[in-house]
Write a protein that binds this ligand. Structure first.
Ligand code: B12
Ligand code: SF4
Length: 493
């Protein structure tokens, strides 16, 4: 076998609400990397451990039999522990395989990842070009974005400069969707209307500055509306796709482009339902009407907090009145709102959380998601927490948005935990809300999914980290790998 790309399982502690919801979506990053390498003549197999419900023994048997020349793994922080385990298995049963790790965690922590001897290379940032260069045999020193161990005792891990962001996204081949089985995937309950569903992105990067986010201040680029619509039609013709989840950080950031996309969907008579992520300061009534007419049924807003001082501190200072208006505007356009809130931000108090819960109920979105604030490596919040001694653990399995990994001076872990449970119960167990949910149920499958979701909510709890581990020093390349160009924040105005 030439190249095996693996999406490792996402491991979390008990209490993560998303365990009950059991959603999976195709590993888009790997599919982009695969498509680029295939275009260059390489042959690829993709293994998605969660979606295929594989055990570590299955991975071992597969790798032993096929002896892949290259193994690529993708990792967000919650996947890195299983990434290490799989890399260990690969080297044990197929010692000649070269193991490459990419994805946001590897980009933020290349020194940590390469301190694991079973991993040969880390690719930071967009992986298409560097991965292809590597498998084609270019020398590691010449490949942008590559980190690797070398013989220099003064600098045992080399970090090449970051590559330029890919400007013309239309020049990339469509993701290698033929390498996965769409029937294995299902977005989170309440996030989709029809199956089979695919996930896509129109843009890459975000000009926002939010301190908790790995996408902050990354170079913003977009594909053309035509390229997107062609991809939707390709997905429909080959795989019967009826739903698309747009996973752009802020889908509506280039309003003209989104308007064009909607016009094209309507002009070509495409029957597709879709959802996207946006900011409450990035929508307008005319755009929303177009989106609704083109099949958009849900928008996710990261609202985060009802406290202006906290919003200022986390550098997402959106006026809460504007958020009120945006939520109404979206619902008036006939699109559902999924609203996400963060519990345990810097300066958080029990009172600020109380206000956030009340605000969530007042906004009355169709779905509310409450997450525990998690300072991911590579973000400003991680640096702030590390420098102030607020990190309780570096056990990455706790970094799943359901665990308090921060020790804040203004609120205790127990208080956050209690308010987190209160939030879910107060929001979801309102009679008017339950009735509204019941009215959305259209099939026995919907009913089962809703029962599963409510069951998870009933037993939701956050699980504080069990042990304090030693805190390592910062990665030298972290700042460089974190953020590049800040595109103008006014794009959205
Ligand atoms: C859509 C999305 C989801 C979706 C779908 C995930 C999926 N199947 O891909 C859902 C909602 C399910 C989700 C869940 C979670 N997500 Co999420 N998600 C995103 C989002 C918005 C877009 C991801 C995406 O598709 N990007 C587009 C692709 C093309 O980019 P990419 O994956 O980064 O891949 C490129 C490079 O990284 C690199 N690359 C990636 N892998 C590899 C592998 C190799 C071998 C190579 C060479 C290169 C390479 O090349 C790719 C192409 O250029 C990102 C933010 C962002 N902009 O990336 C957050 C983000 C990745 N998610 C995040 C988090 C925290 C989570 C959760 C842990 C949240 C939770 N509920 O607990 C889970 C973890 C799920 C998991 N995979 O284990 C964080 C990760 C932070 C971190 N350090 O871990 C991010 C960065 C958002 C943030 N807060 O900043 N997520
Ligand atoms: S606007 Fe959204 S994607 Fe952009 S930096 Fe803020 S949280 Fe991240």
């Amino acid at each position: 076998m030439d190249i095996l790309l693996i999406n490792p399982p996402w491991q979390t502690k008990d209490g993560n609400i998303w365990h009950g919801v059991r959603s999976t979506s195709p590993p888009l990053g790997l599919l982009y990397v695969a498509a680029y390498a295939e275009q260059g003549g390489r042959s690829i197999h993709v293994m998605d451990v969660n979606a295929e419900r594989l055990a570590f023994e299955d991975i071992e048997a597969f790798v032993r039999t096929h002896q892949p020349r290259w193994v690529g793994l993708t990792a967000v922080t919650a996947q890195i522990t299983s990434t290490y385990r799989i890399a260990g298995i690969v080297k044990r049963v197929s010692p000649d395989s070269t193991v490459v790790v990419g994805g946001v965690h590897a980009a933020a922590m290349p020194d940590e990842v390469l301190s694991n001897e079973t991993i040969d290379f880390v690719i930071r940032g967009e992986g298409e070009k560097p991965f292809f260069a590597l498998v084609e045999g270019e020398s590691p020193e010449s490949i942008d974005g590559l980190s690797y161990r070398n013989d220099n005792p003064l600098q045992p891990i080399a970090h090449n400069a970051m590559g330029e962001p890919i400007d013309n996204l239309d020049s990339l081949p469509h993701p290698a969707y033929h390498l996965i089985r769409f029937d294995l995937y299902k977005p989170a309950v309440g996030a989709y209307r029809r199956l089979p569903a695919a996930n896509m992105t129109m843009t890459r990067g975000c000009p926002g500055k939010c301190t908790f986010c790995n996408s902050a201040e990354t170079a913003l680029r977009t594909r053309s509306a035509k390229h997107i619509v062609d991809e939707i039609q390709l997905l429909q013709a080959r795989y019967g796709i009826r739903e698309v989840s747009f996973y752009d950080d802020t889908f509506t950031i280039f309003k003209q482009n989104v308007a064009q996309l909607c016009d094209l969907i309507v002009e070509r008579g495409i029957d597709i339902t879709w959802s996207c992520f946006a900011r409450t300061d990035c929508v307008s009534p005319s755009l929303l009407t177009k989106m609704r007419n083109a099949g958009c049924h849900q928008i996710l807003f990261g609202i985060e907090s009802a406290d202006p001082e906290i919003l200022e501190t986390i550098r997402k200072p959106i006026d809460i009145d504007l958020t009120r208006k945006a939520v109404r505007m979206v619902q008036d356009a006939g699109i559902a709102v999924r609203a996400a809130f963060m519990f345990g931000n810097p300066k958080e108090t029990v009172q600020s959380l109380r206000r956030t819960i009340d605000f969530a109920k007042e906004l009355n979105p169709d779905i509310a998601v409450f997450n525990i604030t998690t300072p991911y490596p590579g973000t400003q919040m991680f640096e702030w927490a590390r420098q102030n001694g607020y990190l309780r653990t570096l056990d990455w399995e706790n970094f799943d948005l359901a665990n308090s990994v921060l020790d804040l001076p203004t609120i205790s872990v127990d208080q956050i935990d209690r308010m987190y449970r209160v939030a879910y119960r107060e929001f979801y167990f309102r009679p008017a809300y339950l009735l509204r949910r019941l009215l959305t149920i259209r099939s026995p499958r919907d009913l089962v999914a809703n029962i599963q979701a409510l069951w998870s909510i009933l037993f939701v709890r956050s699980t504080g980290p069990r042990a304090r581990t030693s805190l390592e020093g910062p990665s030298e390349s972290q700042a460089a790998s974190r953020s590049r160009t800040a595109a103008a924040a006014e794009v959205c105005a």
